[in-house]
Design a protein around this ligand. Structure first.
Ligand SMILES: [Zn+2]
Length: 270
């Protein structure tokens, strides 16, 4: 008997699949993702060590794609040789974005001027290869807005795991960046109502979902390791926040992710 498949198709736009909590059981992780309706996952690099490994995953599993780069908190000891290896990886097949890059004032792992210099390198590479950038921002929204405004050109990319205010959101949207929301929108903390309000107001053609696995596990699974399957939980919460059905939310976030990252719709998890 045939039946209509009502599972919504989702894209997890940000997962650290090379993490030791996920990589050793990658087949089971992808199987659970597939059963939860996740069709595609972007595996994110943060160093010269994990970037080739997330690319290897993207080469091995249809439905996986890679972003390569050096995270601002990992940039302190990065060298020119490291950058050369990122630039070489960046033009390989199945690399769909540059990053993650960005600015971070929370952890003081990398001097801020050095973070800015590495961010510029990523922006320039992304522009040269016509790839979107995956931007990390922690306690540095104003710095990022200033930095990007000074470029005087639109930037194609995503503010991943967005946590800024509606003013910040409008500034990033105006500069061409899309917004991706992670599990925090599902946390029950009252002070996150303002973030939920931002998620409700973000234009329908500029919004995406992600897990940021293995971090930011959505409610009610907090405390467990996060994995791409859980993007379905965040998507359901986001649908509720926006007052639309999960099917509609999945359709629009998936279309947005496929457009930004130019994901071929026929290369999917099983
Ligand atoms: Zn990340």
């Amino acid at each position: 008997m045939s039946c209509v498949d009502l599972t919504p198709e989702l894209v997890d736009t940000h997962a650290h699949l090379d993490d030791r909590r996920l990589h050793p059981q990658i087949e089971a992780v992808l199987d659970r993702a597939s059963h939860a309706g996740v069709r595609q996952v972007i595996a994110i690099g943060t160093t010269t060590e994990d970037s080739p490994r997330v690319l290897a995953l993207a080469e091995a599993y249809p439905g996986l794609f890679a972003a390569v780069g050096i995270h601002p908190n990992e940039a302190a000891n990065a060298t020119d040789a490291d950058w050369k290896s990122i630039t070489q990886l960046a033009s390989r097949k199945h690399v769909v974005a540059i990053g993650e890059t960005g600015l971070d004032r929370h952890w003081k792992d990398t001097p801020f001027d050095l973070q800015r210099a590495w961010f510029d390198r990523h922006l320039e590479l992304a522009r040269r290869l016509d790839l979107p950038v995956v931007i990390h921002c922690r306690d540095a929204q104003r710095d990022l807005i200033e930095h990007l405004s000074a470029l005087n050109r639109p930037v194609r990319g995503v503010m991943h795991s967005f946590t800024g205010t509606w003013d910040d959101a409008q500034a990033f949207l105006a500069m061409g960046l899309d917004l991706s929301f992670a599990g925090m929108i599902s946390f029950t903390n009252k002070n996150l109502d303002t973030l939920r309000e931002v998620a409700a107001r973000t234009p329908a053609d500029r919004i995406m979902v992600e897990t940021d696995s293995p971090y930011l596990t959505p409610h009610p699974y907090r405390g467990q390791t996060n994995e791409p399957a859980r993007v379905a939980v965040t998507a359901a919460r986001l649908a509720e926040i926006r007052g639309i059905s999960l099917a509609d939310l999945a359709a629009l976030t998936t279309a947005n992710a496929r457009r930004l990252f130019r994901l071929p719709p026929d290369r999917t998890l099983g």
